[in-house]
Structures are given as structure tokens and as C-alpha cells.
Design a protein around this ligand. Structure first.
Ligand code: NAP
Ligand code: COA
Length: 291
């Protein structure tokens, strides 16, 4: 057992009742972060922890009511500002207008977190053409659309930081995950390509590949009620906390990582090294595709 006390995480999209700082609380003081999918799960916690480090945020996703409700909670818990916006990252025009809104409101963007994603369990044979395309569009194309719009409108002249939230799914070719694994692998490639092209503009681009994270939609959808079994197979013998992924995003966005770009940090408790990946067995035990 670790001697370092950990935060008490909460299952739902609520702020932490108490947060134990790993870094200097002023690390992101005066900065502005734009977080896609920041109204729920890991994105919500990233917004909270950024705000607890002095950062104002803009959070955006398709459900405006959800992001508005989350923004209220975040402002109340942290005393920093949170702008709630509706966007579908698949739509370039919408994302451009959203970036304009963020810039109009805050006059700058220092950090972009590409966190929005969609996923479900399905084997390739039963995955429809549109299902594969949908996940690629949200994850990969959404990440490109958002990065390109923020670069053109702000980072090109002013520099900045991009953090892409991906996954380890492609490392072992996880069963039932060809759509999300392919989408996230493409984002990891994008992290490197954009790091090479935009480094001269003062833009750093890095990624975080979490393993199973407790209290998230991702875990509810992917573990299919098998979270306890998943846990015992992880070398660190537990799931990740949302705030642990958020702390890593603080690190990558801060000057502590000033010379890092084009890198993807894996935060999975060692899971991908040991995770169970027997296609025939998983097909039997995990939820059937809805189609
Ligand atoms: P989540 O709460 O469902 O977060 C996904 C967010 O993306 C939601 O807020 C959703 O909001 C938004 N979104 C989906 N489609 C969108 C679109 N077309 N345009 C704009 N926003 C969209 O799930 P999560 O588990 O926290 O996942 C967050 C990130 O961590 C994802 O990138 C995921 O792949 C990654 N990850 C999660 C785990 C895990 O165990 N949970 C493990 C590895 C990686 P709306 O529905 O309102 O649009
Ligand atoms: N299994 C198999 N196929 C599925 C599916 C499932 N569980 N859920 C959706 N699909 C298919 C649909 O049938 C459709 O294909 P079709 O037109 O050939 O029938 C296609 O995927 C698109 O579905 P739709 O519901 O129209 O897409 P959407 O854009 O409204 O929603 C999703 C996108 C499907 C990814 C949805 O789950 C979502 O919005 N997710 C966001 C939250 C999330 O997944 N969080 C976890 C992040 S790790």
C-alpha cells in the first residue's frame, strides 16, 4: 500500500470535497484552458483541478444543459470562471465558432485539452460502417478539428499547450475495440505530427493514455460490470482516479513539462501489460452489441 494519502474520489460529476495538491496551487495562475467534453467524467475533473491551480476554463460538448450545470458546480467549488458552450467537435464550423466564443470571452487560450470521445463495446464483425465512422469522427477528426481551429485563431501567433486524452487500446489490439483503438492510435500519431509542425510556434502537444478510470462513463460502458475483475488484473491492483489523470494534465500543461512535446504518457497502473485479451471469451461475457 502506498504511504502517500490519496484523494477521496466521487463517482458522479461532482467536485471533490477536498483536494490534496501535488503541485504548487498557483501553477496555472492566470491561464485559460479550453476542455472538450469538460462537462463530465475525466474532462470535468481536469477542469476542476485546472481551476484549483488558478486557471479559468471553457468547457464544451453537445449537451448544453449538462455543461452549464457542470460550469456552475466548478465555479462554486473553485472560485474561478468557467464558460459553458455547446459544440459537436465533428463539425468544423461549430468548433470554429466555439473557439471564437472562448477568445471573445477570455481574450486568449493557453491550454487545449482534447478529451471529447465516444465509445462502446462491439466486435468488428457486428460493428456497422457508420458506428466505426462515428467514433473516428468524434475522437480523431474532433481532435484535429479542435487543434486546427485553436492553432489558426490563437496558438499560431501566441504558442500554447495541447493535451490529447487517448487510451492504450491499440497497444495490444484490444478485443471489441477496433473503432476506439484505431481512433486513439491515430490521435497518438497526430500528437507527434503536430508537435513537429507547430513546435516553432511555441506549441507543445502531448498526450495521456489512461487505463480504466473509476467513476466514469468509459468504465461503465467498457468494463460491463466487470470492474472488480479488471482491478485484480492490474499490477497496481486498483483503477485510476479521475483526479490522478487530471494531475497529469496539469503537469503536461505546466512549465514542469516545458521541454516535452510529442509524447504520450501512459497512466494505467501497468494494465496494458497484463490485461486479459481473449476475443472468444470476451465475446461471451461482455454486453452484446445493441445492433
Ligand atoms: P465521458 O464522461 O462520456 O466523456 C466524454 C465527453 O465527450 C462527454 O462529456 C461528452 O459530452 C463529450 N462528447 C462526446 N461526443 C462529443 C461530440 N461529438 N462533440 C463534443 N463533445 C462530445 O467519458 P470519460 O470516461 O470521462 O472519457 C473521457 C476521455 O477519457 C475520453 O477521451 C475517453 O476515451 C478517455 N478514456 C477514458 C477511460 C475511462 O476508463 N473512463 C480510459 C481511457 C481513456 P456530450 O455527450 O454532452 O457531447
Ligand atoms: N454497439 C454497436 N453500435 C453502436 C452502439 C453500440 N453500443 N451505439 C451506437 N452504435 C452505432 C449506431 O447503431 C449507429 O450506427 P448505424 O447508423 O449503422 O445504426 C452509430 O453507432 C452511430 O450511433 P448514434 O447513436 O447515431 O451516434 P451519436 O453520434 O448520437 O453517439 C456514440 C455517439 C454512439 C459514441 C454515443 O455512445 C455517445 O454519444 N457517446 C459519448 C459518451 C461516451 O461514449 N463516453 C465514453 C467515452 S470512453
Amino acid at each position: 500500500m502506498s504511504a502517500i494519502p490519496r484523494n477521496t474520489e466521487v463517482e458522479l460529476d461532482e467536485c471533490l470535497s477536498h483536494y490534496k495538491y501535488v503541485f504548487n496551487p498557483n501553477l496555472l495562475q492566470g491561464q485559460v484552458a479550453f476542455i472538450t467534453g469538460g462537462g463530465s467524467g475525466i474532462g470535468f475533473r481536469i477542469a476542476e483541478i485546472f481551476m484549483r491551480h488558478g486557471c479559468d476554463t471553457a468547457i464544451a460538448s453537445r449537451r448544453l444543459e449538462k455543461v452549464k450545470e457542470s460550469a456552475k458546480k466548478l465555479e462554486k467549488a473553485t472560485g474561478k470562471r468557467c464558460l459553458a458552450l455547446a459544440v459537436d467537435v465533428r463539425k468544423p464550423k461549430e468548433i470554429e465558432e466555439t473557439v471564437d466564443e472562448v477568445l471573445k470571452h477570455y481574450k486568449k487560450i493557453d491550454i487545449l485539452v482534447n478529451n471529447a470521445a465516444g465509445n462502446f463495446i462491439c466486435d468488428a464483425e457486428n460493428l456497422s460502417y457508420n458506428a466505426f465512422k462515428t467514433v473516428i469522427e468524434i475522437d480523431t477528426i474532433g481532435t484535429f478539428n479542435t487543434s486546427k481551429a485553436v492553432f489558426a485563431k490563437w496558438f499560431k501567433q501566441n504558442g500554447g499547450n495541447i493535451v490529447n486524452i487517448t487510451a492504450t487500446l491499440a497497444y495490444k489490439g484490444d478485443a471489441l475495440q477496433v473503432h476506439a483503438g484505431s481512433a486513439k492510435a491515430a490521435i497518438d500519431a497526430m500528437t507527434k505530427h503536430l508537435a513537429v509542425e507547430w513546435g516553432g510556434n511555441g506549441v507543445r502537444i502531448n498526450g495521456i493514455a489512461p487505463g480504466p478510470v473509476e467513476g466514469t462513463e468509459g468504465l461503465r460502458k467498457l468494463a460491463g460490470g466487470m470492474a472488480d475483475q479488471v482491478k485484480t488484473g492490474i499490477p497496481l491492483q486498483r483503477l485510476a482516479q479521475k483526479c490522478e489523470i487530471a494531475d497529469m494534465a496539469v503537469f503536461l500543461s505546466s512549465n514542469a513539462a516545458a521541454y516535452m512535446t510529442g509524447t504520450v504518457l501512459v497512466a494505467d497502473g501497468g494494465n496494458w501489460l497484463t490485461s486479459f485479451n481473449n476475443f472468444n471469451m470476451l465475446k461471451q461475457v461482455l454486453p452484446k452489441p445493441k445492433i
